[in-house]
Design a protein around this ligand. Sequence first.
Ligand code: SF4
Length: 470
Amino acid sequence: MDMELKKVGDLEFPPRKVWMKTYGCQMNYHDSERILSHLSNLNFTATAEQSEADLVIFNTCAVRDLANQKFYSHLGETKKLKTHPDINPETGMKKDVIVAAGGCIAQTEGKDLITKYKQLDFAFGTDVIDNIGEMVYRAYAGEKKFSVTSWDRSENYSIETKITQGSPQAYVNIIKGCDKFCSYCIVPFTRGREKSRRLTEIVTDVKRLVEYSGVQEIMLLGQNVNSFGKDNNESLAQLILELDQINGLERLRYTTSHPYDVTDELIAAHAQAKKLVNHLHLPVQSGSNTVLQRMLREYTVEHYLTLLEKMRKANPEMIITTDIIAGFPNETEEEHLETMKLLDLAQYDFIYGYTFSQRKGTKAARMSDVLTDDIRLRRLREIQDKQLFIQGKIRQEMIGKNYRILVEDKGINKGITKWTGRTSCNRIVHFEPLTLEQDYKWHWVDVEITSATALSTQGRFVRDHGKRPL
Ligand code: SF4
């Protein structure tokens, strides 16, 4: 139908479907949303069914081994989209599907991917996602097998946040890249050097999201988010205090922080800013100073613990979560026990624990190493078991208290319908609705916690504030 065609340049774009798979961190999810938004200009809408797709995009992650393996396995499966001999329109399998890979793996291995995987039409890096429309255009214009992995060399970093879903939560990227070069991490190679947006641009961006898109909760994003503004003589604390003034914005979060860049000014902002949540994710990675040195983390355990103490003094409601790597190259049993001890001292609400895995091109990948997978897994289990014990005790203290949650979704477990939301401190709470017909999606609801274990928190419905908190 002509009405539905969109003319762009020399090509006509009929309505088409794009299927996207995103791996890894929130930054990748943020990038995926940008990509979808750009593609809507070429008449694409998103589909959850790969078999319906005209365009298949993988937004890859190079940080975690598991995400890496999943991507290669999913990419392998797309071969059939191009080579199926009996393509039948009724099956929904389309002959002329375009397959693309973007993100961190594509940034460092774009050309190799294109050569190795016949089904891949193009690859694109992390710094060119705003040119996705141009690349898709080139593919539809008949250009075959290309890779775009250049870096944006401009001095300024200026974007406008794109959102595609009508959710009151939005990611807002405020700084890209990372200058830290931790010895195990591939991010500085896949995301480039740090570059911050200007504070005034972000404030305008957030005001627009709140006023015109109904956004109420913002997550400020960056690989090293609290390094924001160093290049412009601005700071994350200043930005938080400005955003805190925006009417209609209810909650403000930020991730991921580096302990080296937690300043007294930022700690003070946690006491001052009313909309800033009572949660800080502060990756420690190890409880051993000697391991931290080998990781090139630029802080000591003592400094880290002092930061937690100051944060909790500034805001006694503050809960802290962290990342820990078990079995860094040549980690001794004593060094591992120092991490176990840190868990007691830090009293984390939650940890993301991983075993060390080598990332090609990093310093840690060149370290000779005596540890086996069995040792790494055993140490991770010990860390997780201890944390679950601590976490279970901390969560018990929630029982009997009221929390306001923003409800995100519902699910059915053993025939019982429960809605799920997050507290200001990012804890997930489940509650049963008063009636099954009641739709609480994106409502602000008060719940009283009735039971809590290390991994699950249940509440009793108290009050529904609707889509705007009272
Ligand atoms: S701070 Fe370290 S771990 Fe975090 S992104 Fe930068 S290099 Fe990677």
